[in-house]
Write a protein of this length. Structure first.
Lengths: 124, 306
């Protein structure tokens, strides 16, 4: 866990990531707070707070006596929200560092293309 | 919250030494607390008062809605694992378990023997023949298997290797999940427990200086590093706890360093922000004033300048 952000937010984000990358599909059951606490070695109350945040946002829903499940449409909504933050979170710092190092627009685009080719994930 | 402990204005004096100075707080049920602070801060004294082993000089304390001193109804719900617990000379590990079974209503013998096996604690061994680490393992085992609604661990880890400490933390979390209770962990190994505890009580020189959710303390303080005038600009109007210098570079430890606009300001000023871990925060909040003036020139540099 990082030091700079509350653990409950990090737990919420980890679950969101699993939903976005498809390892937790819609209507699938989410690990219980005790399972999350044991796996991440954190306090169960903190894990519960992260899960409850996702419930209040409509990403998860509770089936009484059974557990938490991924809500329908959660993946699309989370992707939409993450895309909105992409510019601020990733493009901004990238441009700031490029400016600091004197990397121009064309050079930067070339770097992105060739790096994408190296890791075999062409964005095109 | 349902309080299992309430303390109001607790003060404890030993002669002209004030070990606890007007301490007030409450402990909620089903919560794991970290009781932190330097040696001599008053942690053990506080736990002794809460467990009825010492009297406060003034102030009052209530445990399960009653004074704890010589109160069997209260004390049967309380387990205090001390750093140096003494046992009768002839006791084996099994004798300790027998005694614990009579003391604690929720004692789980199967759990105790399982823990003993995990810690490789031989049940037939005389307690006085146990190593320091084994003695700690015994204390931890009793503290967990007692399942007391209010359990204190006073530096339970002495002599325990990292693997055994991890075992303790894992068993504590797992058993707490099934049997919620109030646990107070007094420890100096703050980094090891900072994710485990829900709330932090920090005591320094007899005074309670923090009583907060552990998660709220994350990222509370930051180390801001950059050129001196940039750091000065960032630190202006904030509480600075500590400052270090290396030629033109300054690292300032700032409390409440991450406000909503702090990151943007730091970026503009070219100041690097690094969040402090709970352990680093505690160190900065409780460090005694240093007598050595901050050096700006290392000895090697002075040699070179000659």
């Amino acid at each position: 866990m990082d030091n700079d952000r509350p653990i409950f937010l990090q737990i919420a984000e980890l679950i969101e990531n699993s939903i976005i990358d498809g390892s937790l599909v819609e209507e699938a059951q989410v690990p219980s707070t005790n399972e999350l606490a044991a796996f991440h070695r954190i306090n169960p109350a903190t894990a519960a707070k992260g899960v409850n945040q996702l419930v209040s946002e409509g990403t998860l829903y509770k089936r009484r006596g059974i557990g938490m499940f991924v809500a329908g449409g959660a993946r699309a909504r989370l992707r939409e929200r993450r895309r909105d933050r992409f510019t601020e979170q990733y493009v901004g710092p990238l441009l700031a560092e490029a400016r600091k190092l004197g990397i121009g627009h064309d050079e930067l685009m070339k770097m992105i293309d060739s790096f994408g080719a190296v890791v075999g994930r062409d964005l095109g | 919250m349902t309080a299992v402990v309430t303390a109001h204005g607790l003060t404890k004096r030993f002669g002209d030494v004030t070990a606890l100075d007007d301490v007030s707080f409450a402990l909620a049920e089903h919560t794991i607390y970290g009781l932190l602070g330097p040696n001599g801060a008053g942690k053990t004294t506080l736990m002794q008062i809460l467990t009825g082993q010492a009297f406060a000089s003034s102030g009052n304390v209530s445990v399960f809605d009653a004074p704890p001193v010589e109160n069997p109804a209260v004390l049967s719900k309380v387990c205090f694992v001390r750093e140096s617990q003494r046992y009768p000379h002839v006791y084996t590990v099994r004798h300790v378990f027998h005694t614990a079974r009579r003391l604690f209503a929720n004692w789980d013998d199967t759990f105790a023997h399982g823990l003993a096996a995990d810690f490789q604690l031989p049940a037939g061994r005389l307690v006085r023949g146990l190593s320091r680490g084994m003695l700690s393992a015994l204390g931890v085992t009793v503290g967990l298997a007692a399942r007391a609604p209010l359990t204190f661990f006073d530096e339970p880890y002495l002599g325990l290797d990292p693997a055994a400490r991890q075992l303790f933390y894992d068993r504590l979390l797992a058993d707490y999940a099934g049997h919620p209770r109030t646990v107070v962990l007094s420890t100096h190994l703050i980094d090891e427990v900072s994710d485990l505890v829900e709330r932090v009580l920090l005591i320094d020189r007899g005074r309670l200086v923090l009583d907060e959710d552990a998660d709220d303390l994350r990222g509370r303080a930051v180390a801001a590093t950059g050129r001196a005038e940039a750091v000065d600009g960032f630190a202006a109007g904030r509480t600075e706890l500590h400052r270090e210098r290396l030629s033109g570079l300054v690292r300032s430890t700032i409390l409440d360093g991450l406000g909503p606009h702090a990151k943007a300001l730091a970026q503009t000023l070219n100041v690097e922000l690094e969040p402090l871990s709970l352990q680093q925060l505690v160190v900065r909040l409780t460090a005694p004033p240093t007598t050595v003036p901050p050096t700006t020139t290392a000895p090697a540099d002075r040699e070179a300048a000659r």
